[in-house]
Design a protein around this ligand. Sequence first.
Ligand code: SF4
Length: 763
Amino acid sequence: MSDQDGRDREQDERSPEFKPYHHPAAGWGAAKSVTGFLIREGELVNGPRAIRKMNHENGGFDCPGCAWPDDTKGLHLDICENGIKHVTWEMTRKRVGREFFATHTVSELSEWSEFELEDQGRLTEPMRYDADSDRYVPISWPEAFELIGRTLRELGSPDKAAYYTSGRLGNEATFLYQLMARELGTNNLPDCSNMCHEASGRALQAALGTGKGTVDLEDWERADALFILGVNAASNAPRMLTALAEAYHRGAQIVHINPLVEAAATRTIIPHDFAKMATFRATRTGTLNLQPRIGGDMALIRGMAKAALEQAREDPGAVDMTFIERHTTGFEEYRALCEATPWEEIEHQSGVSVADIRAAARIYRDADRSIASWCLGVTQHEHGVDTVREIVNLLLLRGNLGREGSGPSPVRGHSNVQGNRTCGIDHRPATAFLDRLGEVCGITPPRHHGLDTVGTIEAMHRGEVTVFVGMGGNFVLAAPDTPYTSAALRKCALTVQVSTKLNRSHLVHGRQALILPCLGRTEKDEQRGGLQSTSVEDSMSMVHLSVGMKRPASTHLLSEPAIIAGMARAALPDSATPWEAYVEDYDRIRDTMSQVFDGFEDFNRRVRQPLGFRIRQPARELVFHTASGRAEFSAAALPDVIPAPGTLALGTMRSHDQWNTTIYSDNDRYRGVKNLRTLIFMNADDMRERGLSQFDDVDITSTAKDGTTRSLYRYKVIPYDIPRGCAAGYMPEMNVLCAIGDYSTQSDQPIMKHLKVTVEPSA
Ligand code: SF4
């Protein structure tokens, strides 16, 4: 509990605990956790009110959590434990206003934990950093916009500024944001997907001519086999548990592929299944668990393909040659590569036995319709693009594309991260899009590619980018190489953070800095045109509306579209773009978007249909906008993912009680951890080899591609069911270990799931 100055003093006294978790995911554990959270946040009244509105159409708001699609069958409680935490956290009654900032210097606040910072509550008014007093002081909106406008006008080159997007930004604000940046003359539009699913987008684009998955929830309800790779669904996409339990009930096979056996890979009690809740009856959510070594997914999938091709010699039905001949290219090269890849190498690189790989291949062969779903456990590697393409190769072998119950289904982390990319946040924009944008909006968009997240940090560090604008998120913590990224941000002339709550990125700032508080998802957005709605796109390309239901936390808050329009008008005083008219009524933004984007025709009418609309996916209709006009097999060599002797491959991950960089507590219920975040999970034999026992203090040192090292000290080691040579721990703390230069040559993504580390007892 926080004391008088908001600090959580008791945290330090609570001693760490670890007891492996064997209960069902969700169920009574989730119910107890939610109740505790609502009580802690004092939201026992508003909380349930919001829960009834969450993820519901006709006046409901979209959960600011993950991007799992809304139920299509009118489920009343279409929510999960973590979704309730995200919403309750936003709805807190705590406030951070000028009194708070007058009491605390930035240097003092820099000593506070991430939890303590965000736990202070909702920001209530715009604040400007005053270097003399080392405090934030109030500033009016017009003054704030003028400061931003003047700074951007005087930059000399529009490429000296970068405009970052966290996946929470709605589609309408997203469109205005990219329009502002491009009217200013830059494509410096880094976004959080540069760190999460960039590999998925690039791989799917190359293989199928689309950067997205091709399936929807109804396909999940019809698949005979689900292959779930590198996903911790019970914490990061909890409503997937419902789909998995229903799949098990109808006899589908569910194969989880992950170095850790996470809670969603075993069993669950679905909270809205009252009969099961009342009788404590759990449902299985997995039929086979395979634990490859970190980075071993590609070899495992290669093995499944090899087994299928071997099977096809006696059993022609093992692969769909009709589909392959009619719709694909590159098959023969891929077949030859599979045949040439020895089982020994596959077993060694995957860390999974040939027998288990064959078992998975048999499940794949016996299923008429298969879906492969993956998340960051697959993408945050050097070879992330190759692995996603290998997954697509496997799907193509049996024609699992363009028909019910089959296809690729990446699970997006943030509620609108897919919508951000769809609506123009792309540092490498397509020419056709820029042509259309210029034509419709009467601007001359820049043609040269801009900077992604890593590129922006490096450019800030070199002093080439001197203005950083962050729409949501907590950039300094989400990014890799925290000290380097912090130094880069501090070199900026101006940093602007548009946020709902206080966080680390407000304390790591440029010479001048602004905090601009915006409306939350749950809050009513009243404009001259009345109550406004914003739209979001989920992981399965469904676009639907979100409307706030409660009074804003402060009368000084502005909506994200209004903040962007304010910045744009100040930076582009003569702009012909109707910024103010757009803010008055977001239907006007959508009208323009319907002219710019394929698939958004008649946007305003279609988005108001029940459940909204699904953006057309050509690949789902077997229309492939690839170089060959066909679905393309890849033929990449297997990477060597075996750690050098004495080292471990470390993957960073979230706990159950966090959302991206937002920390709700130091507990991780599904992994059996209490009161501890500075930990490393290791294989018990690897611990024994190093003379380590549970809770021993260890120092963790990573070695970057350039040979530099980075260390974390006095972390606690915990024995965990993880393959030999592998280890895991939490982001954002462990982002310190990922060097800025350690990004994939295939996707430019920081390789947060595959750091090379040593673990030594602390001195
Ligand atoms: S599954 Fe994701 S979107 Fe749905 S309620 Fe939970 S966190 Fe929110």
